[in-house]
Design a protein around this ligand. Structure first.
Ligand SMILES: C[S@@+](CC[C@H](N)C(=O)[O-])C[C@H]1O[C@@H](n2cnc3c(N)ncnc32)[C@H](O)[C@@H]1O
Length: 205
């Protein structure tokens, strides 16, 4: 009797994992003011997140889903003049806003690009792939993770933060399982969660 139910159990578990990997809808560019304002500056205290999330001076960082560039400013400052940030977003209007608001950032390039097809980025060119409140929105996570594996250097980091209000813990857990199953090694973050979101950090060995 028990044998007969095993395949169903496995199937059900498989479906659950797929469901938990669902792509959330894109955050609309017309509402970018909600995530790019003075209040967020106070609440998020981004400067203090840079070191725990793996950002160091001189690094070449790929920022995935930069929106209008709120986080980009802090990344730019943290990598300094010797570093460089490639900030991509799949929405043309987000990149337009980012270019307008953050034209003063000299060590940043803003590109309209899907992380699932990083055709402008060479193999093993990136020290750190940085996904701030964006990984859950990526529609093709399979291709995205394989592109990140290709473009990261050996020893390079993939650092993710997901927003608590929008992404339940079960989704964060399945992102962790999924990415770890694709060739990245999970490394314990200094903080697992703060009051706004949860962190995941991986290394490409
Ligand atoms: C919630 S916003 C966060 C923006 C920014 N990281 C911040 O914290 O202010 C998520 C962004 O990820 C972008 N995004 C979603 N899927 C993407 C993909 N496949 N490739 C690149 N960007 C993507 C969306 O267009 C959106 O601008």
């Amino acid at each position: 009797m028990e044998m007969a139910f095993k395949p169903f159990k496995r199937l059900r578990r498989g479906c659950m994992l797929t469901n938990k990997l669902k792509a959330f809808s894109l955050f609309p560019a017309v509402f970018s003011f909600v995530i790019d304002n003075k209040l967020r500056r106070i609440l998020e205290n981004m400067d203090r997140k840079m070191i725990p999330m793996g950002v160091k001076p001189g690094m070449k960082v790929l920022e995935i889903g930069c929106g209008s560039g709120f986080v980009t400013e802090f990344l730019s400052n943290a990598v300094g003049d010797a570093g460089f940030v490639i900030s991509i977003d799949v929405q043309e209007n987000m990149i337009k806003k980012a270019k307008k608001k953050r034209a003063h950032l000299k060590n940043v390039e803003f590109l309209i690009q899907d992380v699932s097809d990083l055709n402008t980025v060479k193999d093993e060119a990136i020290d750190l792939a940085f996904c701030y409140y964006s990984f859950h929105e990526v529609s093709d996570k399979e291709k995205a993770v394989s592109e990140l594996l290709r473009t990261l250097k050996h020893g390079g980091l993939l650092s993710i933060k997901e927003p608590k209000l929008r992404v339940k813990e079960k989704y964060v857990r399945s992102h962790k399982e999924f990415i770890a199953g694709k060739g990245f090694r999970f490394v314990e973050s200094i903080k697992k969660c703060d009051f706004l979101g949860c962190y995941l950090k991986f290394v490409k060995d």
